[in-house]
Design a protein around this ligand. Structure first.
Ligand SMILES: CC(C)(COP(=O)(O)OP(=O)(O)OC[C@H]1O[C@@H](n2cnc3c(N)ncnc32)[C@H](O)[C@@H]1OP(=O)(O)O)[C@@H](O)C(=O)NCCC(=O)NCCS
Ligand SMILES: CC(=O)OC[C@H](N)C(=O)O
Length: 220
């Protein structure tokens, strides 16, 4: 595919993925559009071992777009970064095809690993605003990471992960109960309602008894 074909493809991704877009030319206003095209150039320079030039180009992109993609990162087709400010993608991160990221996402390291120290993101993954994915594990394909989550370990495919630290709350569209929930002593709303009714019954009986006693006295 030629350069024009590639640009058209990048434009199409934004048009398909963002419901907020109204006119085709708006794609040129998207930081994502510029950041990804410029990353492709920086990545080529990196692969040719022009490390300084690659970083120089990439850092200029940060100033223009607020999106920092290390030129060494490996990024598949169809990445869309909505809004974009504060997105950071580390050097050894691998991003599959058709991934969506929102502002404030970090694909980073924990600071404790060396070598491959950033995550691998599967195809069709969606990572919500402000989520931090830290470490060299994999986020399985078709998974969703909730806004503000901090994910520190492997995520199976087709899962939803939320919270700090992130935990799987849904897999294959089925909700997963919390591990820390007591499955034996579950709250029993029917028992609670019955207890309230019993107390009410006792109170009413007592009142009725008093009324009867007063009536009895009046009759005398
Ligand atoms: C995670 C998310 C993608 C929803 O995925 P989903 O698979 O449809 O999950 P559900 O909505 O069924 O939520 C599953 C559970 O996680 C909880 N949950 C969802 N998002 C959460 C979040 N960010 N943090 C904590 N809990 C969250 C829900 O309350 C629900 O809990 P429950 O089972 O106790 O009711 C969505 O909630 C989210 O975070 N979207 C943000 C997208 C974004 O970045 N928007 C900004 C655009 S600028
Ligand atoms: C701010 C926000 O929710 O952005 C998400 C997407 N661009 C939309 O407009 O729905």
């Amino acid at each position: 595919m030629g350069f024009i074909g590639y640009i058209k493809e990048e434009m199409q991704i934004i048009k398909e993925r963002d419901p907020a877009i109204k006119t085709p030319f708006e794609v040129f206003l998207y930081p994502s559009f510029h950041a990804i095209i410029r990353y492709r150039i920086a990545h080529k320079l990196y692969l040719q071992k022009h490390y300084f030039l690659a970083r120089w180009f990439s850092q200029r992109t940060v100033r223009k777009t607020g999106i920092e993609i290390h030129p060494g990162a490996t990024i598949g087709k169809g990445l869309f970064i909505d809004h974009g400010h504060g997105v950071v993608i580390g050097e050894t991160a691998i991003v599959g095809d058709n991934v969506t990221l929102y502002q404030g996402v970090t694909l980073g390291g924990t600071g404790k690993e060396s070598g491959k120290r950033h995550p691998t993101i599967g195809n069709n993954v969606m990572i919500s605003a402000g989520a931090k994915i830290l470490g060299s594990f994999t986020v399985g394909e078709n998974s969703k990471i909730g806004a503000g989550s901090v994910v520190l370990s492997e995520v199976p495919p087709n899962s939803t992960v939320v919270g700090v630290p992130g935990r799987v709350v849904k897999r294959d569209n089925v909700k997963i109960p919390r591990e820390d929930m007591d499955q034996v002593h579950l709250p029993d709303p029917v028992y609670n309602d019955l207890t309230v009714l019993q107390l009410e019954n006792k109170r009413l009986k007592h009142e009725l008894k008093q009324v009867c006693e007063r009536l009895h006295k009046l009759e005398k």
